[in-house]
Write a protein that binds this ligand. Structure first.
Ligand code: SAH
Length: 394
């Protein structure tokens, strides 16, 4: 049975015999491990030559000779010729571990396939079958990156750590890989109403979930209190994930949360998310820009009075929140010079099974929405791009 070890070759001599593809790949791995690297080969790849010029390794430009292993802790031989056998035999005699290209049976050491995330390394040995090892390694790497494996306590911040994670528009598979990984490391998760709540079900039972979900016109947990919660848990040494809907920095008060944490000396990482401002229109078949139709867009909150906005058929306006103020918003856009016939779509519950789109114009949309009982959460899109929606009557 083999014995897996983790070597620390930093500053220790490692010899690579050969200069082709396999040698080049191993050179990269050995340099990443900061080995004191010597390559012995009459010819080498362009990459090895470059590394030699940069002084990252020593290249001995000739064939292998007995004695090249003097002082080495480890040797990789990859000449694809009988020289490999010679090197292996010399290594055996000199008691140097030998990695042997294409000949696991003749080697005294095997290079595992490695999945690395942060300071965690999972090494896979396929019993000499490199392909088998790398396939399995890929699956392990994917699981580590996605947070399917509990990669906890990566982050050691003595003053505490908070990740502000954009959860996307509500569907678990629209949360980024980085966001998932941080969730898998969390001790405390502070969530919003519009965050992708399905992912919470996957968390280990000992993870504390705090719901600070805000309902429209109803703020169960004020922002100051949320900030205080983040700081308090982080300072207690917990890894805190603040899981927010969409993107943290798009009408999400992520900036305030970051500043509050920083003011308290707590380290913060902000993980972008898929914003509902773009994704929810997309879910209804509306691109916010479209060649020949719209060259830009504004994202605004309709919770308060709309500020000044570009008045142009080529500019799309995306409104978040404020479904109840739709009549006022439409009215103020018309007052500002937008044509009453400008197409409007209101998309409710984007990505949910009961997603619904209501289309009309600035002149008609408010009444239509009352008739249909349109409710929050919804994204309102104003502009010619709305005609691209399959819901627009052709
Ligand atoms: N930071 C978030 C926006 C927060 S404001 C983001 O980037 O998406 C909250 C508003 O986002 C809601 O009132 C609604 O207008 C919109 N919203 C978020 N998710 C939504 C969804 N799944 N469907 C429709 N609207 C959504």
């Amino acid at each position: 049975m083999p014995l897996p070890l983790t070597l620390r070759p930093e500053g220790r001599r490692v010899v690579v015999v050969g200069g082709g593809n396999v040698a080049t790949r191993r050179v990269h791995a050995l340099l990443a491990a900061e080995a004191d690297l010597v390559v012995v080969s009459p010819t080498v790849s362009a990459r090895i030559r470059e590394l030699a010029v940069e002084g990252r390794l020593a290249w001995i430009e000739r064939g292998y000779r007995r004695g090249d292993l003097d002082g080495a802790w480890l040797v990789q031989t990859a000449t694809d010729s009988p020289v490999d056998d010679q090197v292996a035999a010399d290594a055996e005699q000199a008691r140097v571990w030998c990695l042997k290209g294409g000949d696991p049976d003749g080697a005294t050491a095997w290079m595992p396939a490695v999945a690395a995330v942060d300071d965690v390394h999972v090494a896979v040995s396929g019993g000499g079958d490199a392909r088998r090892a790398s396939t399995l390694r890929d699956a392990v790497a994917a699981a580590l990156q996605s947070g399917d494996l509990p990669l906890r306590h990566r982050t050691h911040h003595p003053e505490g750590f908070v990740a502000l994670v954009g959860g996307g528009p509500g569907s678990a598979d629209l949360l980024t890989t980085r966001g998932r990984r941080l969730l898998a490391e969390a001790d405390v998760v502070v969530v919003d109403r519009l965050a992708p709540l399905d992912v919470l079900a996957e968390l280990p039972a000992d993870v504390e979930v705090i719901d600070v979900g805000k309902l429209p016109d109803h703020h169960p947990v004020p922002q100051d209190e949320i900030n205080r919660l983040l700081v308090e848990h982080a300072r207690a040494g917990k890894v805190v994930v603040r899981l927010k809907g969409g993107d943290p920095y798009v009408l999400g008060r992520g900036g305030e949360e970051r500043l509050a944490c920083e003011a308290a000396g707590v380290a913060v990482e902000v993980v972008p998310g898929v914003t509902s401002a773009i994704a929810v229109p997309a879910a209804a078949g509306i691109p916010v820009t479209h060649r020949g139709v719209a060259t830009g867009f504004s994202v605004v909150t309709a919770h308060d009075e709309l500020g000044e906005l570009p008045v142009s058929p080529g500019h799309t306006i995306v409104m978040l929140m404020g479904v109840r103020r739709l009549a006022e918003s439409a009215h103020s856009l018309v007052a500002a010079g937008h044509a009453p016939g400008t197409p409007v779509a209101v998309v409710e519950r984007g990505f949910a099974p009961d997603q619904r789109t209501t289309v009309g114009t600035l002149g008609t949309i408010a009444d239509l929405c009352v008739q249909r009982g349109v409710r929050s959460p919804a994204v309102t899109v104003v502009g010619e791009v709305v005609r691209l929606s399959p819901d627009w009557p052709s």
